[in-house]
Design a protein around this ligand. Structure first.
Ligand SMILES: [Zn+2]
Length: 169
């Protein structure tokens, strides 16, 4: 059966209208998902080729969008910051995702040494034993730097404690 351009346009308009009806939404989405799944490799390859061929334009589009929507950027960074931090802690200290938050919660949200709830500096530090690599606890910036300056050595810390407790002042 042949059809005229007018007939095809009319048919396309009807399909568009049918697809837009709320009662057909689920069927339309399911159909689209099915078609996409069947052609996934083809679609992914086309998308990759498009990105590759339009790098500069897409970068500029992204830059312009970010400049016009700074609040979206801030919200995204906030939402992903903890995830990125968790990933870093996993790589560096072997903490599984969420473990840092659990440890800090176990410490009452406070530094394991001075009990401050304001970490300062670069924020909370994962303190670990430099010999075994084992994580000891979460410290504020000052305490982490402090025990580092005391050579991470209990004997030196104890000597400092005795010194502070002595009647030198
Ligand atoms: Zn502290």
């Amino acid at each position: 059966m042949t059809s005229t351009p007018e007939q095809r346009a009319k048919r396309a308009a009807y399909v568009r209208e049918w697809n837009a009806r709320p009662e057909n939404r689920e069927r339309v989405l399911a159909q689209r998902a099915q078609r996409r799944a069947a052609k996934r490799d083809e679609i992914n390859a086309a998308a990759a080729a498009y990105r590759e061929g339009n790098r500069a334009m897409l970068a500029e589009k992204s830059r312009a969008y970010k400049a016009a929507n700074p609040e979206v950027v801030v919200a995204y960074r906030r939402a992903t910051a903890e995830k990125h931090a968790d990933r870093k802690r996993e790589m560096k200290y072997g903490l599984r995702p969420g473990q840092f938050a659990e440890m800090l919660a176990d410490q009452g949200g406070r530094c394991a040494i001075c009990r401050t709830d304001t970490p300062n500096g670069n924020g909370w530090q994962v303190d670990h034993c430099h010999d075994t690599g084992d994580v000891r606890g979460i410290l504020c910036h000052s305490c982490n730097v402090g025990i580092g300056h005391l050579k991470d050595n209990p004997a030196v810390v104890e000597a400092a404690l005795n010194y502070l407790r002595g009647d030198s002042c």
